[in-house]
Design a protein. Structure first.
Length: 195
């Protein structure tokens, strides 16, 4: 089955592709089909993931898998949340978003947070029963970055049980533990059971 991966974020595409490998799908990225980004107008990750997938289904006339993910810091009222990619402004860099996070936390160290991922599969643009998987990855926000792997907020995200930030993990370990890894494992089993 040919399925569009509804994302243009290189970091996320790089993580999702190997995770979806067991399904033997022919995965084509949204960018490769020249499809523009969907407007993100929902208030939750799940709403935005469905909107992204629907936008791509409509444009490509193919089934689509979309993820919406981000960092949730309860102490900041859930921010950066669905605005994680553009926390410091439209087209903000990871460095700018991280700097705003540390500034908003007033330099406080080891603040509880979690990454959240909603991952959906839509068979077509009018599919009333999408497959929906969600997962969280708990950690703590460090005021000083550590590590050079991963992307986004990874250098500031400490996994307490490992004593390492997400940016210090090798790709395989991050994929096994992360919000996206866990949501993908769920979606894979939902797709396997899908008639
Ligand atoms: P989206 O592309 O609208 O889903 O935005 C996702 C944003 O959330 C990314 O640009 C990152 O800022 C952040 N994010 C999501 N997943 C991760 C992760 O695994 N590590 C670090 N940052 C992440």
């Amino acid at each position: 089955m040919r399925v569009v991966l509804a994302s243009n974020n290189a970091g996320k595409l790089g993580e999702l592709r190997p995770l979806l490998e067991p399904l033997n799908l022919s995965l084509v990225s949204q960018g490769a089909l020249g499809i523009d980004a969907a407007p993100e107008e929902g208030l939750t990750f799940v709403e935005n993931a469905i909107a992204k997938a629907r936008h791509v289904c409509r444009a490509a006339r193919l089934p689509a898998i979309a993820d919406d993910s981000g960092l949730v810091v309860p102490q900041l009222g859930g921010q950066p949340g669905i605005r994680s990619a553009r926390f410091a402004g439209e087209n903000a860099t990871d460095a700018q978003n991280n700097a705003k996070l540390v500034a908003d936390l007033k330099g406080e160290d080891s603040v509880p947070a979690h990454f959240y991922c909603a991952l959906v599969f839509l068979r077509d643009a009018t599919d009333p029963a999408p497959l929906v998987a969600t997962a969280r990855w708990p950690g703590r926000i460090l005021s000083h970055p550590r590590g050079s792997r991963g992307f986004g907020y990874d250098p500031h995200f400490l996994i307490e049980s490992l004593g390492q930030t997400a940016a210090e993990l090798d790709a395989e370990t991050k994929n096994r533990l992360s919000h996206r890894g866990q949501a993908t494992a769920q979606l894979v089993s939902l797709l396997r059971g899908d008639p």
